[in-house]
Ligand binder design. Structure first.
Ligand SMILES: O=S(=O)(O)c1ccc(O)c(O)c1
Ligand SMILES: [Fe+2]
Length: 353
């Protein structure tokens, strides 16, 4: 048999962006009510198995699939690649990594063309696709936009025990680091990496994993994030709000986190910044800086560090979760970041490339 190719000998697929997530939900009607009636996503298609939802700017079939199942879990995080040939490149790349790889025919997921699904080396179910059914882009259907006006899916955030290892894996996939959180002992607590020209398509949160921390949708304005909060209040559904609204330190985005009926975490996020130049400098934060996760110094609620969704393998079986061995961020910062560590005026910028 031919010798296994050296790691790095097989080029990674050319990933364009984080495109959609497939979540398993236990009560599709309750989930539909949350994502459509409360958050304002648009139904592209629904049947007895699944609901296919999209944000207003999305012209591919969906940004989110809610599939009925026994217990809540992540079934897939899907990345769009640049051409049909890059789906084959994904297959070659992951077969060379020796992980489970499954070719999927067009239509295996409604609206999605030929695809490859893998369980990646971090234990996450990923999909790579190019072809997808085009549906009307509703970016100017202001008559349909709730004031929440969720424009597009922006990023995935995953919980991994070893952030440095996960960062190496994503950099090998062609992602570039934009920001990270480090300790004085150089422990890496979190990292943000991108393919599209914003702060991230994927974020790595140190903790017991593999687990899904959140999926994030973006709006165009802060007011739309605030409207989501006001609407939840008006419907007496404020219990869905977990953290925020607020302004992030990392990414500079304005945000709120909500929990869906299965406790999957969703972030509504807006106004991060452009990251497209080749010499984009990494911005590194000190884990003791209590403005890193909220620019106003508001504490991070403990559930935000502790809770996350189970992820499945390609057969739909929950993946085993491994404990993080390095320091936990929630323990390193006093309580819920309540102490007054004050960073000097200029942010701590990492070495420019
Ligand atoms: O809380 S952080 O400021 O670190 C943060 C930054 C960007 C995100 O998308 C996020 O979920 C969390
Ligand atoms: Fe996020």
């Amino acid at each position: 048999p031919a010798p296994a190719p050296r790691p790095g000998a097989i080029p990674p697929p050319d990933i364009v962006r984080a495109a959609y997530a497939e979540l398993v939900v236990t009560d599709p009607a309750a989930s539909r009510e949350f994502y459509v009636d409360l958050l304002g996503l648009v139904v592209t298609h629904e049947d007895e198995d699944a609901v296919y939802l999209r944000a207003f700017e999305e012209y591919l079939h969906h940004s989110l699939v809610l599939r009925r199942g026994e217990s809540p879990a992540l079934a897939a995080l899907a990345y769009r690649v640049r051409s049909p040939g890059e789906v084959d490149a994904a297959e070659r790349y992951y077969r060379a990594l020796g992980v489970p790889v499954e070719r999927r025919a067009a239509g295996a997921t409604r609206g999605i063309g030929p695809a490859v699904r893998v369980v990646d080396p971090l234990g996450f179910p990923l999909e790579f696709f190019y072809a997808a059914e085009h549906v009307p882009r509703l970016h100017q259907s202001y008559d349909l936009h709730g004031a929440g006006a969720i424009a597009r899916l922006d990023h995935f955030n995953i919980v991994v025990p070893d952030v440095a290892r996960a960062e190496r894996y994503y950099r090998d996939l062609g992602f570039r680091v934009t920001e990270d959180i480090r300790g004085a002992d150089d422990t890496l607590y979190a990292s943000w990496l991108h393919r599209k020209d914003t702060v991230h398509d994927i974020a790595l949160t140190g903790g017991d994993g593999p687990r899904l921390h959140h999926i994030a949708f973006s709006t165009h304005e802060r007011g739309q994030v605030l409207h989501v909060c006001d609407l939840l209040g008006a419907r007496r559904r404020s219990a869905h709000i977990e953290r925020g609204p607020g302004r992030h330190g990392v990414s500079n985005a304005f945000y709120v986190y909500v929990r869906d009926p299965d406790l999957h975490r969703v972030e509504i996020y807006t106004t991060d910044y452009y990251t497209g130049d080749p010499d984009h400098p990494v911005l590194s934060w000190d884990v003791r800086d209590n403005q890193r996760r909220d620019w106003w110094g508001n504490p991070v609620v403990p559930s935000w560090y502790a809770e996350a969704s189970t992820v499945l393998d390609l057969a739909g079986k929950p993946q085993p979760v491994f404990a993080r061995e390095e320091n936990s961020e929630a323990e390193v910062t006093v309580g819920a970041d309540g102490f007054s560590f004050a960073r000097d005026a200029s942010p701590q910028v990492g070495p420019s490339t």
